[in-house]
Design a protein around this ligand. Structure first.
Ligand SMILES: Cc1cc2nc3c(=O)[nH]c(=O)nc-3n(C[C@H](O)[C@H](O)[C@H](O)COP(=O)(O)OP(=O)(O)OC[C@H]3O[C@@H](n4cnc5c(N)ncnc54)[C@H](O)[C@@H]3O)c2cc1C
Length: 423
């Protein structure tokens, strides 16, 4: 079965989300700091009542499947919802769908023990706490096989030492999920690391500095040092050497949610650009009447629709296959296109607003920077293009013949023989 339609009941929910995000959630972006600073009294006052409304409507934390205690909406519906959440910085957290907590809750639900679920997953899903996911190290992010932060067993504890980099939201997190080398002698580099849960208050965790980038209200990406950090052995998440498998469980869904939120941001840029070119007059006519401007509008619309189709197809495949690994070509393709799409539409919107477009009063520069964010976080574009190419090429067999099998003369001879044509 193939359909581009949305069930009428769910469409009503999407319309409710759209209005709610535009009218109630977007204004928060202008008055609050980091959306992860849940202990800010103003967060309590302004965000909690909105979260309550979302919970009452049954739209809270929809990312977990029914087998993991969630609503079981599936990736297509989640994609359509994230397309609305992404219109506001606070959209995801108001709906209990913010990264990195979504991915962390997914892996806790998959691999957590009953005790870990009770202590970390339940309050995380209720947004009583927020969390951090820490893989990247100062010496390398795109290549996890170079990570050196290590844990050594000492009785019934593990002792962790090393450094981590760009651990987003570490300063607000109640716990970190961290990828650490536990099997240094394992020949397979993808079996050398295990995943641990580190409560934030554990002695020895040092935030060296929080880094920020243009457009973010606070600096929230931590450079961490781990100085003899001791965690009990029950804080391992998954088995020894399983860190890559555990990490993959969270990354694909996260990439898709980023993609839909990117569509939201690009759509917003597109809407503002259209309003402006229909309004601004130059040399006797509105900008929208000029062909070179029309080309930018047309290209933006076409790029958006193409990207959205690929994202929805990938979400649909995820629902059909229930196996991210089987569809990683699609997921990496989505991840690889996403930064360029946002960059080109946000840049056109900026440019068509003229000098006003470049000012702090417009959101475009933030969105252009955000296009670099989505091109780096969860792996740089080049790495994902590499995955697409390897997967695609894996579908084609090589031959050892000197000339290709599709030389015209050979094909013509075979065709003549097939149809009994002589000469
Ligand atoms: C906003 C943001 C939030 C993040 N949050 C987190 C977080 O919460 N937790 C966490 O662990 N990490 C986080 N990261 C880190 C992110 O995962 C890394 O930035 C990413 O994996 C790239 O690693 P790197 O920054 O060390 O760049 P490098 O690995 O040094 O790569 C630099 C550049 O080299 C090129 N390159 C790299 N590999 C290849 C290749 N195979 N082929 C061709 N070119 C290549 C690319 O142009 C790449 O951008 C975040 C990053 C950003 C930007």
């Amino acid at each position: 079965m193939w359909s581009f339609g949305t069930e009428p009941e769910f469409q009503k929910e999407l319309e409710w989300i759209d209005t709610f995000v535009r009218e109630e959630v977007q204004p928060l972006d202008y008055v609050l700091g980091s959306q992860h600073n849940i202990h800010d009294p103003e967060f309590e006052r302004l965000v909690r009542p909105l979260q309550k409304q979302v919970k009452e409507r049954g739209l809270w934390a929809c990312h977990l499947g029914p087998e993991l205690g969630g609503q079981g909406y599936g990736q297509v519906k989640l994609a359509l919802m994230n397309e609305k959440f992404g219109m506001s910085r606070f959209g995801p957290i108001v709906f209990g769908a913010q990264a990195p907590d979504t991915g962390n809750s997914e892996i806790l639900a998959h691999y957590g023990t009953a005790e870990q679920k009770e202590r970390y997953l339940r309050p995380l899903l209720d947004n009583e706490i927020v969390s951090c996911f820490s893989m990247t190290e100062p010496q390398g992010g795109a290549d996890p096989t170079v990570f050196t932060t290590s844990a050594v067993q000492d009785g019934d504890e593990w002792v962790i030492n090393g450094e981590k980099w760009f651990a987003s939201e570490a300063r607000y997190a109640a716990f970190y999920i961290m990828m650490v080398v536990t099997e240094p002698d394992e020949p397979n580099p993808h079996r050398r690391m295990s995943m641990f849960i580190l409560p934030a208050e554990t002695p020895g965790i040092e935030i060296v500095k929080n880094y920020g980038f243009y457009g973010e209200p606070d600096d929230t990406h931590a450079h961490l040092k781990l100085n003899d950090v001791r965690v009990p052995e029950e804080n391992m998440l998954g088995g020894r050497g399983d860190a890559f498998v555990v990490a993959q469980t969270r990354l694909s869904g996260g990439r898709m949610h980023h993609a839909m939120r990117t569509i939201a941001q690009a759509t917003r840029a597109f809407e503002l650009m259209c309003e402006r070119v229909n309004s601004r007059t130059t040399k006797g006519e509105v900008l929208g009447r000029k062909q070179m401007v029309q080309e930018q509008i047309a290209d933006s619309w076409i790029e958006l629709r193409q990207f959205r189709l690929l994202v929805l197809e990938t979400a649909w495949l995820a629902d059909e296959n229930k196996d991210w690994k089987a569809i990683r070509k699609n997921v990496s393709a989505v991840k690889a296109i996403m930064p360029g799409l946002l960059q080109s539409i946000a840049s056109r919107a900026l440019h068509l607003h003229g000098s006003l477009g470049i000012t702090h009063d417009m959101p475009f520069a933030e969105w252009v920077i955000n296009s670099f964010h989505v091109g780096l976080a969860d792996g740089p574009t080049e790495v994902h293009k590499g995955v697409v190419a390897r997967e695609v090429l894996g579908e084609y067999a090589a031959t050892d013949a000197k000339f290709p099998s599709y030389m015209r003369d050979d094909l013509a001879a075979a065709a003549r023989e097939k149809f009994g044509i002589s000469g």
